[in-house]
Design a protein around this ligand. Structure first.
Ligand SMILES: NC(=O)c1ccc[n+]([C@@H]2O[C@H](COP(=O)([O-])OP(=O)(O)OC[C@H]3O[C@@H](n4cnc5c(N)ncnc54)[C@H](OP(=O)(O)O)[C@@H]3O)[C@@H](O)[C@H]2O)c1
Length: 327
């Protein structure tokens, strides 16, 4: 029997909780440690999820010699610093999306992991959800012929709170980094990197983007039309058109359990339900890679994470969004 991969989490917010819940469906992972900026939050989280080691600062968790993998669940603006701190301490890292604020930061993290020969992965959990695995198989089998066009998007209206990271430029707020990254990533998974990007968006009162429309064009002429908004409501979905038919990825696009394939006007709906909340699959993949001696996942390679961040930078350049720490 293979030893369970011992994992620590940085941060005790919403994602830390969702990830810890997901780990209940990942028997080969042991949630050994939680790190918080506050002793009280670490203790509360530890009690709730039965975590043995509770740290009231992130660096002490990173230094714990018994941990193999650290999952970074802090706001975007901390991802680069937190990932590098863990890598410097010799830990493998699974970092929440967006991987960092921009491509420059992302490259620093990737270069450090590569120089230390340590495992590193963007927590793009959607890639590991069974329905998205099935989507890749359908495309590889030519189910809809050559993919030509994607329409993907979603919109949600959280309560406005200038202190919440989503609206705070100091924390890398805005809808592109929060949700748009899923769309750029799924377009990349299907078409590869775009040759041209055309983006328009509007910034809200705190100066972060609240509404974006993006058109990606690829070298072979295929296109992806992406939209994301904090000013409307629409369940996130993907429609993918090929020269033989189409695939509809039902909501929620981030963790779907249903695909509809349409060929010659005939629909076939494929149900791919999964146990748990879906966050376990990326963790299971990280553990598999670590046990196999891999330093990255072939499903979400680091060069692709960097290419997605390059696209995100270009979209932000076109919509005029520069974060304070980039000025
Ligand atoms: N994969 C997904 O489905 C998904 C969904 C939502 C969000 N995310 C990503 O996950 C990351 C965290 O999002 P979240 O929704 O969990 O945020 P959150 O609820 O605000 O939690 C973030 C945690 O990070 C820690 N933190 C460190 N520095 C902080 C600072 N300056 N301000 C606020 N918190 C700070 C805090 O934990 P301590 O106080 O314990 O240190 C806090 O609880 C984001 O990058 C986001 O993009 C992913």
């Amino acid at each position: 029997m293979v030893d369970r991969v011992r994992i620590g989490i940085l941060g005790t917010g919403r994602m830390a909780r969702d990830f810890a819940t997901g780990l209940r469906d990942a028997p080969d992972l042991e949630l050994l440690a939680i790190g918080s900026r506050s002793e009280e939050s670490a203790a509360q989280f530890g009690d709730e999820f039965g975590v043995a080691r509770r740290f009231d600062d992130y660096a002490t968790l990173a230094a714990d010699p018994d941990l193999e993998l650290v999952y970074i669940a802090t706001p975007h603006a901390m991802h680069c610093h937190n990932s590098m701190m863990c890598l410097e301490a010799g830990k493998a890292v699974l970092c929440e999306k967006p991987f960092a604020i921009n491509a420059t930061e992302s490259r620093q993290v990737v270069e450090l992991a590569r120089s230390k020969n340590l495992f590193l992965m963007e927590a793009m959990w959607t890639r590991y959800i069974p329905a998205i695995e099935r989507l890749r198989e359908l495309l590889a089998d030519g189910a809809i012929g050559k993919p030509q066009l994607m329409v993907a998007g979603g919109a949600y209206m959280p309560d406005f709170d200038p202190d919440f990271y989503l609206f705070d430029p100091e924390l890398g707020g805005g809808v592109l980094l929060d949700a748009g990254v899923y769309l750029v990533s799924i377009a990349s998974m299907v078409f590869g990197s775009p040759e041209h990007i055309l983006a328009t968006g509007s910034l809200g009162p705190t100066g972060v983007d609240e509404h974006d429309s993006v058109l990606l064009t690829h070298a072979d002429g295929s296109t992806a039309h992406l939209y994301v908004s904090l000013r409307a409501r629409a369940s996130p979905t993907v429609t993918l058109l090929g020269d033989r038919g189409q695939i509809f990825v039902h909501a929620p696009l981030f963790a779907p359990s249903r695909l509809t394939v349409t060929i010659d006007g005939k629909d076939e709906t494929i149900e791919l339900p999964f146990a748990g909340n879906g966050y376990q699959f990326q963790a299971i993949e990280a553990a598999r890679c670590i046990r196999a001696g891999l330093t990255e996942s072939p499903v979400m390679p680091l060069d692709e994470t960097l290419a997605v961040m390059d696209s995100m930078d270009e979209i932000r350049r076109q919509i005029g969004l520069v974060y304070p720490m980039e000025k």
